[in-house]
Design a protein around this ligand. Structure first.
Ligand code: NGQ
Ligand code: ZN
Length: 461
């Protein structure tokens, strides 16, 4: 088995380096990263520039099945909330085999698109009637199997979902598959912990949002998680929509992020997913907490959320990463493009996410998103450095848009100029090739099973 790679250009945590040799151990951990190394027969040779694999910090796998199916105006004004009603309807029909087929194809797509690990924010727990499956972990196990089969790294985040709105409003009927008590969540986590460990996955917890988890459930679940694993990642959706901010103000007198920071010890284990609507004080305080901002630019655009103020977050020292969330788009480069473009449009500036220490915007964004994504994942996937996993992407140096350019411009062209076609040649996870020539070996079979599952679902009354 190959345990080393030599590449003319490699994006290391500190920037681009020349003639780099990467060595890793049997577990896929980097044991040496050596710039200025001579190429020899003992190492595989990368045909193009090597960049770190991108952790995808936010995914609801099943939603890949409705991507493209809600792009029409169904009422006087469509919104996040009307989309959510359609999405719930779809979620009510899923069976375990369909979820597994959708997730497997999604993870294959992710690997082909430069994501080497994924944080799965998993909230469809029960059967269609809202009753726990005979094995309560049935749907979580389907996700674990899909990730294992595709060969993508996984952080599994079972979701606590208890109320239909702020102030403990009863959940709606469409939410019946999501709802569980805090005690049953803690039992599920205990059941899943050894299974995750056995496949190198990390287990965390996701209180869905402040509207879906009342303060008591939040407190008890966090205490239970702490007892199970005091360093486990905690993810929460927060301040995505302005209605959510208004409802939180009406309930508590505080904005969601301010409420969270005042009532819960938020720290570097936390990922604040979206965090779109913060005031200046919230930007400062949330960044100072050490939490990662979980940005999902294409989903946030698709759902009409609003625009995250990236310069405010960066100037407060905030960590950030990207996720594909609803999977309206599955492409790590395109999330970076959308994020940068939303900033350019809002500010009428260019290269907003770059700075004097790293003026190449695609390089700066890739490094930041890998670091933040790894922190949110709670896994050693923070880039090409000793002790981190050998998760990397080889760009396709022969792609017309990239050919003949210096490495930083190849990455810039991959992100900004590859016209939505992937300029990726190979993708490696934990030192093993998962996609080659831009293709995952399961591509064809997984795609066919996805199409069949979606057809079944659309024909289910
Ligand atoms: C989700 N999606 O968990 O999939 C949510 C909608 C809800 C986003 N926040 C579901 N983008 O809010 O209950
Ligand atoms: Zn989400």
């Amino acid at each position: 088995m190959t345990r080393s790679l030599h590449a003319a250009d490699v994006l290391l945590p500190g920037g681009w380096a020349r003639d780099v040799r990467l060595d890793w151990d049997a577990a896929g951990r980097l044991t040496a990263v050596t710039p200025g190394a001579a190429a020899d027969a003992s190492a595989a040779r990368a045909a193009g520039p090597v960049i770190p694999g991108m952790p995808n910090l936010h995914s609801h796998a099943f939603q890949r099945g409705i991507a493209g199916l809600t792009e029409y105006r169904g009422q006087a004004q469509d919104s996040f909330w009307s989309w959510r009603t359609l999405m719930y309807r779809f979620a009510l029909r899923l069976d375990p085999a369909q979820l597994e087929a959708i997730a497997l194809w999604l993870y294959v797509e992710m690997l082909e698109a430069g994501y080497t690990s994924v944080c799965e924010f998993h909230y469809v727990h029960h059967d269609a009637d809202g009753r726990p499956y005979a094995d309560d972990a049935t749907l979580a196990l389907a996700l674990l199997r899909a990730a294992e089969q595709a060969g993508i790294g996984l952080t599994l985040l079972p979701v606590l979902y208890q109320s239909g709105g702020f102030g403990g409003l009863p959940p709606g009927d469409g939410q019946r598959r999501f709802i569980r008590s805090t005690a049953s969540m803690l039992r599920l986590l205990e059941r899943l912990k050894p299974l995750c460990e056995a496949q190198g996955a990390r287990l965390g917890l996701a209180p869905h949002s402040l509207r879906a988890v009342p303060p008591e459930g939040l407190r008890e679940a966090l205490a239970g998680l702490e007892a199970l694993d005091a360093t486990a990642p905690v993810h929460i959706h927060i301040a995505e929509q302005t209605k959510e901010v208004d409802d939180c103000l009406a309930w508590s007198g505080q904005r969601p992020v301010a409420w969270l920071l005042d009532h819960v010890p938020v720290d570097a284990r936390w990922c604040l997913v979206h965090a779109t609507h913060m005031d200046a004080d919230e930007y400062r305080r949330a960044a100072a907490s050490g939490a990662v901002a979980g940005l999902c630019p294409t989903t946030e655009a698709n759902l009409g959320d609003g625009i995250f103020d990236l310069p405010a977050w960066r100037s407060a020292g905030g960590m950030w990463g990207v996720g594909s969330d609803s999977h309206i788009c599955v492409n790590a480069a395109e999330e970076l493009l959308m994020l940068e473009y939303s900033q350019r449009l809002a500010r009428r500036e260019r290269n907003v996410a770059a700075d004097t220490s790293q003026p190449q915007v695609a390089t700066a964004m890739t490094l930041a998103a890998v670091r933040g994504g790894a922190q949110a994942a709670g896994r050693a996937v923070a880039g090409l450095a000793v002790g981190q996993q050998a998760d990397f992407v080889v760009l396709d140096a022969a792609h017309t848009v990239l050919a003949g350019l210096p490495a930083p411009e190849m990455l810039a062209s991959h992100v900004f100029a590859s016209q939505r076609t992937s300029a990726i040649d190979a993708v490696w996870v934990a030192g093993r090739p998962r996609a080659q020539g831009g293709r995952h070996p399961l591509h064809q079979n997984a795609a066919a099973a996805f199409v069949a599952a979606r057809r079944q679902l659309l024909n289910t009354p």
